[in-house]
Design a binder for this molecule. Structure first.
Ligand code: TYD
Length: 202
């Protein structure tokens, strides 16, 4: 039994996951909790190979791409997530297996099969799924970050990805409207965390 809690932040690109992770991490540390902030893809050799795909996705098949994300997660779980949970930390991860189901699902693989291939990974206690229309997300990537969208971020792909995220029904998933202000989103996430802590005191 793990002593800590695992919270995954999910959603299409440009929804503000990393900003919200930082705010929640500060809030939890102020409450005296040990917090580990992490992200996927990681910096492992698999993660580096995945980043090469941002530039040219056609260098591997959808199945090979899926395998890279899964191998990257295996290492992430073994080396960081499981040990941190065992010592009672709250682990906040920027993306987890719902991203794989949604993004690689958008490339034509079956989301349910993708989830089944992740059964080695600990189930999150909470998934904060930040929601936003894909058109707005694409706009934020282009204008807000001054970046050209990468291969995973093209509008058409984002639309498919958002539709798969929208179809998940797991009870650990809590949807938060990411079109609100940063502080409004943070307050809502704080509230969700406080409710979770009441039901399963930590
Ligand atoms: P992102 O969160 O943007 O990471 P970074 O800020 O380090 O670039 O994730 C990179 C992209 O990878 C993003 O567009 C979603 C995609 N992705 C998948 O396609 N499958 C996955 O399993 C994960 C974790 C990410």
């Amino acid at each position: 039994m793990s002593k800590g809690q695992l919270i995954a932040f999910e959603g299409i690109d440009g929804t503000g996951k990393s900003t919200q992770i930082k705010l929640l991490a500060d809030y939890l540390r102020a409450q005296g909790r040990e917090v580990v902030e992490t992200r996927e893809p990681t910096d492992s050799s698999y993660g580096r190979r995945i980043r090469e795909l941002y530039v040219n996705r056609s260098t591997c098949t959808p199945e090979e791409e899926l395998e890279l994300f899964i191998q990257d997660r295996r290492l992430h779980v073994q080396e960081l997530i499981a040990p941190a949970l065992a010592t009672g930390s709250v682990v906040l991860t920027d993306r987890y297996y719902y991203s794989t189901a949604a993004y690689q699902g958008a490339s034509g693989l079956e989301p349910a099969e993708i989830l089944a291939r992740n059964n080695f990974a600990p189930k999150p206690d909470l998934v904060i799924l930040l929601t936003m229309p894909p058109e707005l997300s694409a706009e934020r990537i282009r204008i807000g970050r001054g970046e050209q969208p990468n291969a995973f971020e093209q509008l058409d792909a984002l639309r498919k990805t958002a539709a798969i995220f929208a179809a998940f029904t797991d009870s650990c998933i809590c949807r938060v409207d990411a079109t609100q202000s940063v502080s409004a989103v943070h307050e809502q996430i704080q509230h969700v965390w406080n409710e979770l802590s009441k039901n399963a005191p930590c």
